[in-house]
Design a protein around this ligand. Structure first.
Ligand SMILES: Nc1ncnc2c1ncn2[C@@H]1O[C@H](COP(=O)(O)OP(=O)(O)OP(=O)(O)O)[C@@H](O)[C@H]1O
Length: 352
């Protein structure tokens, strides 16, 4: 997908004014409350009328103030999923799901309703009224309904905000599966960095209606490290745990990691580990209460506020740690240096 945008819009003293071009299929829109994220979504979807500018999708103008093109929301063939699912309360889950599908011309219907219901794990809910659904189930139905219209891309405006942490992380694997299996481009709005990292590749950062940066999601995570209380969050997908005393052992590249919070079921689980919870040693420490001692090599050193960010290669796996400048000097941290990283079993937090 190629999306080219140049838009201006004023609401009283607020002015949105941005120009960008993206060619990846998972785009993030990141920014504080009031920075203009929903205004952009509204203009892309055709729900908010811009003052001037253009929107081109794969070269086709959806809006162009210079030539007078202004496609209606239906003709843009984009789908929007909002924070609140906006399901039709008088229709069953099945009829909600099929609402857009039935209105989509036959030759554009590329996705089987049964397949999407299965991926979203809502097959058992099809006969139910939507009033009986949990928040997470409602969002899965809303996403299914959007996907079944076979849109050219899906705009998700803070779809997980308002759900509690546990529920949010239960839904993310479903979202990931939908977007990888059905190959639909995604524009995902959130002010959660973790959500961005799990859902997108490239991020447009908005500040007060202006595009402040267009960066890879990894660069965004590093840039935010200094201002975040939790530093850099290492996201680690771990598989097939093995019980070890009352802890869990996971193979991780050439190493084995020992965690106190092991996943039941044995499938893939996503963990987060803060850069602040990794202690570095220059030499092998003889004994430690921490259960994880990893031999690693420094692959990159970068400044992050008044700390030094240290990217490590730990037996083929990547980890980002952080130290103060004095510690970086004592440890003689530089690219290629060999170090030991120590991590407590309790430092890993399971997301899903
Ligand atoms: N229809 C409108 N009329 C007047 N002002 C509006 C309208 N829509 C948005 N605004 C203003 O435009 C600014 C940007 O709003 P917008 O909803 O785009 O921000 P946002 O980044 O999506 O915020 P949030 O994260 O809180 O949803 C805000 O100051 C908002 O009050």
């Amino acid at each position: 997908m190629r999306l080219e945008v140049c838009l201006q819009k004023s609401f009283g003293s607020f002015r949105f004014d941005a120009e960008f071009r993206v060619e990846v299929s998972r785009i993030g829109i990141f920014g504080k409350s009031g920075s203009g994220k929903s205004t952009l979504v509204g203009m892309l979807a055709g729900l908010v009328h811009p003052d001037a500018g253009y929107i081109r999708l794969d070269g086709e103008p959806l809006y162009d103030s210079a030539t007078g093109v202004r496609l209606s929301p239906e003709r843009r063939r984009l789908a929007v999923v909002f924070q609140h699912a906006h399901l039709f309360p008088h229709l069953s889950v099945q009829r909600n799901l099929l609402y857009g599908y039935r209105r989509t011309p036959g030759h554009e219907r590329k996705i089987d309703p049964g397949a999407i219901a299965e991926v979203l794990n809502i097959t058992h809910l099809l006969g139910r009224g939507v009033g009986t659904l949990s928040g997470g189930e409602r969002q899965r139905v809303a996403l299914g309904r959007a996907v079944l219209t076979c849109p050219r891309f899906i705009l998700m405006d803070e779809p997980l905000t308002g759900l509690d942490e546990g529920l949010k992380y239960q839904i993310i694997p479903y979202l990931q599966k939908v977007f990888s299996e059905f190959d639909i481009p995604l524009l995902f709005i959130s002010h959660s960095l973790n959500e961005m990292r799990l859902m997108t590749e490239e991020v447009l950062v908005f500040e007060a209606g202006r595009l402040a940066a267009q960066v890879s999601v990894e660069d965004l995570a590093r840039q935010r490290m200094a201002s975040s209380q939790v530093g850099y969050i290492n996201l680690m997908e771990l598989h097939s745990p093995r019980p070890q005393d009352d802890l869990w052992a996971y193979r991780w590249g050439e190493h084995e990691l020992v965690l106190s919070d092991g996943a039941n079921g044995g499938g893939a689980a996503m963990y987060e580990l803060s850069s602040k919870d990794i202690t570095l040693f220059k030499r092998h420490p003889e004994a430690s209460s921490a259960r994880n001692l990893l031999h690693c090599r420094v692959t990159e050193v970068f400044e992050t506020g008044n700390r030094v960010g240290v990217e490590l290669d730990c037996g083929g796996q990547r980890l980002v740690s952080q130290v103060v400048h004095d510690a970086a000097r004592d440890l003689e941290i530089r690219r290629g240096a060999e170090l030991y990283a120590i991590i407590k079993a309790s430092a890993f937090r399971r997301l899903y």
